[in-house]
Write a protein of this length. Structure first.
Length: 151
């Protein structure tokens, strides 16, 4: 409980001063005079963990790597890795990896002589139909339509 400091004729001083200071601070903050400090981001992967996972994914773009293998790479449990990855990159690792595969495929589609089936295999899809469906879901176009736009 707050102790009241009273003086003859002054009444309660300390609680009133504290409340006045708080009120002044809030008014200044609301009017934009005092910037609102954002809490430091907590959680997520450390910088070295992010780099290691991304380098590994880029080096093994066509392979199917388990969540356990990625978690082991950065010395985390699979559950904790999944949560941290999503916090760091804004999406789960599988979705991130799929988008990276499609980005890689886009660069390969720039070569008009490369077959779409070979590109699908090169970026880790087992069938052209699965590649085309995923490509369309992510880009809104089929691989063939995307290639035509490049010409």
């Amino acid at each position: 409980m707050l102790r009241e400091r009273t003086s003859p004729g002054l009444g309660i001083i300390e609680p009133a001063e504290a409340l006045g200071g708080l009120l002044a601070h809030e008014l200044l903050r609301l009017h934009g005079t005092i910037p609102v400090s954002k809490p430091a981001a907590r959680g997520g992967l450390a910088g070295w963990q992010q780099r290691r996972v991304i380098e590994f994914m880029e080096g093994h773009i066509a392979e199917d790597i388990s969540l356990n293998a990625l978690a082991d790479l950065v010395r985390l449990s699979p559950y904790h890795f999944l949560r941290c990855f999503k916090q760091s990159f804004g999406e789960p690792p599988q979705r991130y990896w799929t988008k990276r595969r499609i980005e890689h495929a886009k660069s390969l589609l720039a070569n008009p002589r490369a077959s779409i089936t070979k590109i699908a295999l090169d970026v880790g899809f087992s069938a052209t139909s699965a590649f085309s469906a995923t490509f369309h879901r992510i880009t809104g176009q089929t691989p063939t339509d995307y290639r035509r736009e490049l010409e």
